[in-house]
Write a protein that binds this ligand. Structure first.
Ligand code: VGL
Ligand code: ZN
Length: 194
């Protein structure tokens, strides 16, 4: 299947931060291996002056999702730390890019890039109808961002060559669940940058 990227398309890169890399505080296996593929997608969107949105987990140090504060996760992506920075090789265009911070207050968590953020209004302002989602983790923030997008009426493409899961054994199950909800799976070979 070939998908031609048009002016109503946006790329959403989910949580490609140091703490989710194999060397980070909440490691996602092989998360660093998808950086070059994500960079290829970024180039396609940048080339056409389409917007690229980068979500980031941006937690206070007493965040509710952390062990010791009621949550299940090790402390990760604490605001203004090295772990919260994007992977150093991640391509970030100078124009038409937006950083979306989520999970920013102590008492709320957000697995979806749409939850408690301006992502939907920025997309709507730009007339975006289709979103292309990549990043980590397939089973948490990617999954919930895809579902959030579907619920808000976007057509959603999952870039299956550019996602990684916290629990890789269950990754296919998660992807199939999203496909059941009308998301569409594609890889870089399917994109027609034309
Ligand atoms: C995520 C666990 C905790 C994610 C964020 O980005 O998928 N997972 N916080
Ligand atoms: Zn988090």
């Amino acid at each position: 299947m070939k998908v031609r990227i048009t002016s109503k398309d946006a790329l959403i890169v989910v949580d490609m931060q140091n703490d989710f890399m194999p060397y980070g505080a909440l490691p996602v296996k092989d998360a660093d291996k998808i950086v070059p593929i994500i960079n290829e997608y970024v180039s396609i969107f940048e080339e056409k002056s389409n917007p690229v949105f980068y979500t980031r987990d941006w937690h206070p140090e007493n965040h509710i999702s952390f062990k010791g504060y009621g949550g299940i996760w090790p402390s990760h992506c604490v605001q203004n730390t090295e772990g919260a920075k994007f992977h150093p090789d991640l391509k970030i265009p100078s124009d038409n890019k937006f950083i979306i911070s989520k999970g920013t207050s102590p008492d709320f968590d957000a697995y979806s890039g749409f939850q408690g953020t301006v992502l939907d209004s920025l997309l709507k302002e730009r007339g975006v109808k289709r979103i292309f989602v990549c990043g980590v983790a397939t089973d948490f923030c990617v999954k919930n961002t895809v579902i959030g997008g579907l619920n808000l009426g976007y057509q959603v493409f999952i870039l299956t060559d550019a996602i990684k899961a916290v629990f890789p054994d269950k990754e296919n199950q998660v992807i199939n669940q999203l496909l059941d909800q009308t998301a569409v799976a594609i890889t870089i070979e399917d994109t027609d940058a034309g």
